[in-house]
Write a protein that binds this ligand. Structure first.
Ligand code: AMP
Ligand code: MG
Length: 413
């Protein structure tokens, strides 16, 4: 039997086998979470002229040499107004944030540094330098500037920039079409009556939610029995998608038909054993159009494999540059016994004290116990060459939710 792959090797192999999908046009109001497939340019100078950064008075800074001084107010300029007058020595204009600075003025002083001195005059109590509280024309962006590059993830801040440059429609990377298939004679569907001899199909739904959390709406193909002919029918349908996730049936039991059947259907297998825990019988293969993941049937293994291997692949297909879950460093709350050889992912809860995060196991780490996954904030990564950890040791924890990802993988082996 082949030597199992280390987690990093498997990740590299997968990422070399999938590429960013095509592009499509979306509307601004439907684009959050997508990845830009084009450059975006500024369509004007912003601000369009020098504007005030404060509510206050526009004035000539040279007039303030002998503060306090009293200046004549020659006009009121609100945001949206254009100044009507040129400022002369001894004069100022009342000005609101965002309003254009009149010709002749070279600084703004905030209203808090002034006092009323009659209806058309103001006392200025403090000197300011030229340019004080003025936002210069084009300081924000200049006409024609590249403001966003292809590959930018569209966050709310990015949406604000797109709206600023009036980009109502633009091109983004297409999302993969993902199908999910569960396999096993023992499985009980969501809409079937409870049968105590059966195992409820948790995996289709946990995987569905993991896919949805990436902004992709997957298609559930249902449950295929452990029968080569039935499996073949389901797998054929699955191979019409960009990505097919098959749960169960990938190990080496006599009724584990997934691998031989997908090979028969033309899938080129890249690997089927991994040195990780949980999640050891993970299979991966490709056709010219579909990436196929044979995920372990054990519910936690299936979810952990999705985290480590499917997420980076899906994100790469969507044009993301940050492929991996965000990691934090933490101190482990308790000793961890460990036999080197496989990268291990331990379900943990995170708490904080003055010195940072503390990771503690959520309970039994059996790969069948979904409750300890449901309680977890993250996966603590134990590198394959570790010989165990003492309480207080520093560890890396991959966060299990959130929309912010990172460029570096969260584990090293
Ligand atoms: P397998 O990988 O098919 O040998 O399955 C390993 C274990 O995972 C068995 O105990 C299965 O009953 C369980 N299992 C397989 N598929 C699912 C599923 N869709 N939902 C919940 N448990 C499953
Ligand atoms: Mg099975």
């Amino acid at each position: 039997m082949e030597k199992p792959l280390q987690a990093t090797e498997a990740q590299h192999l997968i990422l070399h086998s999938v590429i960013a999908l095509g592009v499509e046009t979306v509307q601004l109001d439907q684009s959050v979470g997508r990845v830009l497939a084009q450059e975006i340019h500024a369509n004007r100078d912003l601000p369009p002229y020098d504007v005030s950064a404060m509510d206050g008075f526009a004035l000539r800074s040279a007039d303030l040499a002998g503060v306090p001084v009293v200046l004549e107010i020659i006009e009121d300029i609100k945001a949206g107004d254009l100044p009507g007058k040129i400022l002369q020595t001894g004069q100022c204009a009342r000005i609101m944030t965002g309003a254009p600075v009149p010709v002749g003025a070279d600084a703004v002083i905030r209203v808090e540094e002034t006092q009323e001195a009659g209806a058309t005059a103001v006392r200025i109590n403090k000197a300011v330098k030229p340019g004080n509280d003025i936002r210069l024309r084009g300081e924000n962006m200049k006409d024609g500037d590249v403001v966003l590059t292809a590959g930018t993830e569209i966050t709310p801040g990015v949406i604000g920039v797109l709206a600023t440059v009036k980009a109502a429609r633009f091109s983004v990377f297409r999302r993969p079409r993902v199908a999910i298939l569960s396999t096993g004679n023992e499985l009980e569907g969501m809409d079937e009556a409870v049968d105590l001899n059966k195992i409820p199909n948790a995996n289709s739904y946990a995987l569905m939610a993991q896919v949805q959390a990436l902004g992709i709406e997957p298609v559930l193909l249902g449950i295929a029995r452990d029968d080569p002919a039935e499996l073949e029918q389901y797998l054929k349908r699955g191979l019409e998608y960009d990505v097919l996730l098959v749960s169960g049936g990938t190990s080496v039991g006599v009724h584990d038909y997934v691998r031989p059947t997908i090979e028969k259907l033309g899938v080129e297998m890249k690997f089927w054993r991994l040195a990780i825990r949980p999640g050891h019988p993970l299979a991966f293969g490709t056709t010219h159009k579909t990436a196929v993941f044979g995920l372990p049937g054990n519910p936690v293994s299936s979810m952990v494999c999705f985290e480590q291997f499917v997420i980076p692949a899906l994100r790469q297909m969507m044009g993301n540059k940050r492929l991996y879950r965000r990691t934090v460093t933490a101190r482990v709350a308790h000793d961890v016994k460990f036999r080197p050889g496989r990268t291990e992912f331990i379900r943990v809860q995170l708490t904080r004290d003055d010195n940072g995060y503390i990771a503690s196991s959520t309970g039994t780490q059996s790969s069948g116990v979904l409750l300890s996954m449901a309680r977890a904030d993250g996966l603590m990564v134990i590198p394959s060459d570790s010989t165990g950890l003492a309480a207080g040791a520093q560890v890396v924890v991959q966060l299990l939710d959130g929309t912010v990802f990172q460029e570096a993988a969260g584990f090293f082996d």
